[in-house]
Ligand binder design. Sequence first.
Ligand SMILES: CCCC(=O)SCCNC(=O)CCNC(=O)[C@H](O)C(C)(C)COP(=O)(O)OP(=O)(O)OC[C@H]1O[C@@H](n2cnc3c(N)ncnc32)[C@H](O)[C@@H]1OP(=O)(O)O
Length: 295
Amino acid sequence: MSVSPRLPQRQRSGCVYSSIHGFNQDEIKEKLQAFHGGSIDLLKQDSGIAVLTINNPSRMNAFSGSMMIDLEERVSQLENWPEGKGLIVQGAAETFCSGSDLNAVRAISNQQDGMKMCMFMQNALTRLLRLPLISVALVEGRALGGGAELTTACDFRLMAAGSVIQFVHKHMGLVPGWGGAARLVHLVGSQNALKLLGGAVKVDPELGVNIGLVDGVLEGHQKAEGAAPLLQQAENWLSRYTKGPAPVIQAVKKVVLSGRELPLSEALRTEKDIFGTVWGAPANLEALASKSKHK
Ligand SMILES: CCCC(=O)SCCNC(=O)CCNC(=O)[C@H](O)C(C)(C)COP(=O)(O)OP(=O)(O)OC[C@H]1O[C@@H](n2cnc3c(N)ncnc32)[C@H](O)[C@@H]1OP(=O)(O)O
């Protein structure tokens, strides 16, 4: 999907890096493929809400190399989903994601491979954030390192009671490299981002809400007798924003995206173009014919 007609070429494809940056996707894919295990599973539902599951429970849902490739492929599938409106990103087996698979990290710890992996994941997560779907990370258990970065590649974050988001990079002698620092600054401001990264702070739901990282707290079964399953709670939470026809919901996401990423004049022109796709379109004409009141 092209984000908008006015984004620069490399943003139009959703990617940050291409061959002009010396990035060769096929080359790094071949390398990543050697580190297998786990999967990224995609379930597209009739409701227009898809569920993306990080699935590598024996390693606390750490990202193997093949899972990085899976992620990129799932994002491509979501970019080509005309009926899509929303996306929930969750981890399997009651935990979110413990970041990069440390076995793969050790094997590609040289400078060159590290840069390539970094560019690959930045591209994939930037495209995830730029999907014309309203996305939410459902954090249950731990979101560590790259897992914490992944949560920032969604529009919203929901945390189950007792969960933790932690940018542990400093403890690994690293900084975020999957775009998580840049996105974190946008979400919580540079002061809070500096505290979270500099202190490798454990963000619980209360702190997350206070600093604006987290948009809602869900009750786990353990806490609230009879509480709905977390995925159901997340779907209910998201459905208030995805109610309506897909072209309208996608247009909502696109105008916000252009406002977030583009300088004002460009964002305004892009908004005009996106407006043009919904003006006089079926949902608009239907609403006009029904003389709906907004009481
Ligand atoms: C730019 C990206 C930067 C990054 O993401 S760097 C990676 C950052 N993440 C980490 O350092 C996480 C390291 N892991 C941990 O701290 C702990 O395993 C963790 C997640 C708190 C869970 O602790 P526990 O509940 O005590 O469970 P455990 O340690 O026995 O783990 C269960 C099995 O999962 C494995 N595991 C967890 N995180 C992993 C990872 N990132 N890569 C590879 N394997 C990982 C862990 O080795 C263990 O496996 P095994 O049972 O010993 O075979």
